[in-house]
Design a protein around this ligand. Structure first.
Ligand SMILES: C[S@@+](CC[C@H](N)C(=O)[O-])C[C@H]1O[C@@H](n2cnc3c(N)ncnc32)[C@H](O)[C@@H]1O
Length: 416
């Protein structure tokens, strides 16, 4: 079956419409493709065997040698301008109004974190479409040169000490992940080795003596996750990152916005859209928004379900010498929302809890700044909130170049 790709779907796969609709990975509008095999997945037909017969004039050469094999940056064959256009069109269609997407200030070297699989299948990233295979990598261009340095050191350590490597199918072996994090504005580097239960050779930290912080964490479970219980640490307890004038501490077990250069624009956007005096930072994490807003004179209270994130938010508050209160709590249990001039919402991908949506509609705080990493749940929540709110501003920020993901910030005002 042969035809021309006319558009990209929400996940960035090319769409070919013949008598049925096919979704074809790594293709772009204008490509002429021949599809030989496909499989049904989540009610879509995904091509598994196909050729690009005539490449589209839109294509560009991917900068990464692992493109197409690694499960990460699936849009590298699209020029960056086209990636941003695709995200802007997607958000505009969804929200029914023109939504501009602010491009990432950097499109390589921007990621401040990578989670590298260390396994019998290789040291690198999961092979696209598999949960068990890995593609060996030497450097990750979206992270930058220090990934090459850390991976070289890790390979030297493996060669010298021959620790066993994890086999995920059998749940056997010692080394499982290495997580590399870097403060892009501070240059500080963290290496966190995640292993199964076992003995780590004493010499391990010597291989990473250039890193500011080295951790060994243990994940005893069969779950394929890149964190564990901290067993030992060397060097600094935290590395730091800076967004504008605000400094944040990073710990191996804490989340931080992964694109620091664009996170500067994100916190500034949220600050510009916040009004009044009292702000609730709901889903506050490590206080990324709350601490930045407190620095701008807002009276901030944060609520977050993860106690460790709350502890980090408190430390970040102290570090920046500001006044803000962070509490452990559930989204649906927040008290009277009408007490706040602005409520900042940054929920996980699943969006707002239905009880919270009801509460917002009942209390109707005057200003809401909704930060979303999932356009689908954003749309569902907005559909409900628009009963009492109107959208006064919507903008996309490309936090994740070369992927189909996009962050959206929507300012809502209560209708009078
Ligand atoms: C997208 S992150 C945002 C973190 C933070 N705003 C930031 O930028 O670093 C979503 C946060 O919501 C928290 N969370 C998830 N479910 C929650 C719930 N039911 N109630 C409160 N917080 C929740 C997660 O722990 C996570 O920190």
């Amino acid at each position: 079956m042969r035809g021309k790709i006319e558009r990209l779907d929400d996940e960035g796969l090319g769409v070919l419409t013949l008598e049925r609709e096919f979704h074809i990975p790594f293709t772009t509008p204008g490509d002429v493709v021949e599809v030989r095999r496909w499989r049904r997945k989540k009610r879509r037909l995904i091509a598994t065997e196909y050729d690009v017969i005539e490449p589209s004039a839109l294509r560009t050469e991917p900068a990464c040698p692992y493109f197409g094999k690694c499960g990460g940056c699936t849009l590298q064959h699209l020029p960056y301008k086209e990636q941003v256009k695709f995200k802007s069109e997607r958000l505009s269609n969804l929200l029914g109004t023109e939504v501009e997407v602010i491009p990432s200030p950097r499109i390589y070297g921007h990621r401040n974190r990578i989670d590298v699989v260390v396994s019998t299948r290789g040291t690198g990233f999961r092979r696209r479409g598999t949960w068990w295979d890995a593609v060996d990598i030497e450097e990750c261009p979206v992270f930058g040169p220090s990934s090459a340095k850390v991976l070289r050191s890790l390979r030297e350590f493996i060669e010298d000490h021959r620790p066993s490597l994890y086999n995920i199918r059998r749940n056997e072996g010692f080394l499982r992940y290495v997580v590399i994090r870097e403060g892009k504005f501070t240059g500080e580097l963290m290496v966190n080795l995640v292993t199964s239960e076992g003995v780590l050779p004493e010499a391990f930290p010597e291989y990473f003596d250039y890193a500011d912080s080295v951790y060994w964490s243990v994940n005893r479970t069969p779950s394929d996750v890149s964190y564990g219980e901290v067993r030992r640490a060397w060097g600094r307890e935290f590395i730091r990152e800076k967004l504008g004038d605000t400094v944040y501490l990073i710990h191996p077990n804490s989340f931080f916005q992964t694109n620091s250069h664009q996170a500067v624009n994100l916190v500034e956007e949220v600050a510009e859209l916040s009004e009044g005096e009292r702000v609730l930072d709901l889903y506050s994490g490590v206080g990324t928004f709350g601490v930045y807003l407190a620095k701008r004179g807002f009276k901030v209270e944060g609520v977050e379900v993860n106690p460790f994130a709350v502890e980090m938010a408190r430390r970040n508050t102290e570090l920046n010498g500001v006044n803000a209160t962070f509490m452990v709590g559930e989204d649906r249990d927040v008290k009277d929302l009408a007490e706040y001039d602005t409520v900042v919402l940054d929920p996980p991908r699943a969006g707002l809890h239905p009880k919270l949506v009801k509460k917002i509609l009942k209390d109707a705080p005057e200003n809401i700044v909704y930060v979303s990493c999932n356009p689908k749940t954003l749309k569902q929540n907005l559909d409900a909130l628009l009963e009492r709110y109107r959208i006064v501003h919507a903008v996309g920020l490309d936090m994740f170049p070369h992927t189909p993901h996009v962050e959206t910030v929507v300012k809502l005002k209560a209708k009078v």
